[in-house]
Design a protein around this ligand. Structure first.
Ligand SMILES: Nc1ncnc2c1ncn2[C@@H]1O[C@H](COP(=O)(O)OP(=O)(O)O)[C@@H](O)[C@H]1O
Ligand SMILES: [Mg+2]
Length: 298
């Protein structure tokens, strides 16, 4: 356990040691070592070290501008670190391009949805699956490949609640369905590690439940790293949370312990107040901030 509990007059206060999650025999899917990213004088990510165990559900929280998306860009290769290294299953991938990282098992979604809105759900999925195909085989067996991809696209859509949406244009989907499609597009690459940047941002309460259900149904061996403002979604999905502020790692620990941590509550109250969001009540959530946070998109 990396959280120790002490009793105070007001109840139980959890003290976090801030140490990494126990591996318990699992491999480290990702290791971030002294990761730093500077934009001129601004240190967007400063000396962040984290270990993400294989198969874990790992949350990243922090107020707007904390460096969460920048950190994701360093993991997926959209940005190169100023200092430090990123490892994927022990291999240093810090200098690899995003497609090279995808081939090694990294998948991601973006804070702002990226799909082809003029194409159908089926076409979006088939394209994502085509991106994986090897051209050598494509030339030899075009029809078979095409059929296989169609079948896989249908299977993906059906197993994650978009089965009756296959022929709709992506542009006709609700915001919640779009978010779900994005996750499926990332899954098409059969990632070992899936990075999700605010999958519930801007969603209605019912849609948030849907995306949460989808995330809970993902295969247990898949490692998920998720940035999320909505504490309820976070609590339903992740077992471990790291807190960033001003680019630095504030603390980390089991989800409930982190949520109860006074410093985290203070950060979230501040963030919610700054955005005119609902007053944070522990379960908090700067929901007013969700969807308005577009900073740092490449
Ligand atoms: N490409 C960039 N160039 C310059 N500054 C950036 C860039 N991307 C992000 N930043 C800055 O880095 C800080 C962290 O941003 P970001 O990672 O988007 O935070 P978060 O996702 O936690 O809201 C912010 O101050 C943001 O303005
Ligand atoms: Mg962000």
């Amino acid at each position: 356990m990396s959280a120790a509990e002490t009793s105070s007059g007001a109840g139980t206060v959890t003290e976090l040691t801030g140490g990494p999650p126990p591996l318990d025999g699992r491999a480290a899917a990702m290791e971030l070592e002294h990761l730093t990213c500077r934009f001129g004088l601004l240190t967007a990510v400063g000396d962040v070290s984290l270990v993400v165990p294989e198969g874990s559900r790992f949350g990243i929280i922090g107020p707007n501008g904390a460096g969460k998306t920048t950190l994701f860009n360093l993991l997926s290769g959209e940005l190169r670190p100023t200092e430090g290294t990123v490892k994927l299953f022990g291999q240093d991938i810090s200098r690899l391009s995003p497609p090279q990282r995808v081939r090694l098992g990294m998948g991601r979604t973006f804070q702002v949805v990226r799909v082809f809105s003029q194409l159908s759900v089926r076409e979006n999925l088939t394209l994502a699956l085509t991106g994986l195909a090897r051209s050598k085989f494509q030339l030899l067996r075009p029809w078979r490949m095409y059929r296989d991809r169609q079948a896989r696209a249908e299977e993906l859509a059906k197993s994650f609640g978009l089965g009756d949406r296959l022929e709709l244009l992506a542009g006709e989907l609700s915001h919640g369905e779009l978010r779900e499609l994005e996750v499926l597009l990332a899954l098409a690459g059969e990632p070992k590690v899936l990075l999700l940047d605010e999958p519930a941002a801007g969603l209605s309460p019912a849609e948030r439940v849907d995306i949460q259900d989808l995330l809970k149904r993902l295969p247990p061996e898949l490692t998920i790293v998720m940035i999320e403002h909505d504490m309820q979604v976070l609590r339903g999905v992740v077992d471990w949370v790291a807190v960033l502020d001003h680019g630095e790692l504030v603390t980390q620990g089991p989800t409930l312990d982190v949520q109860r941590h006074p410093r985290v509550r203070e950060l979230y109250l501040g963030s919610a107040a700054a955005h005119g969001g609902a007053a944070a009540q522990g379960s908090a959530a700067a929901q007013g901030a969700a969807g308005t946070d577009g900073g740092g998109q490449p």
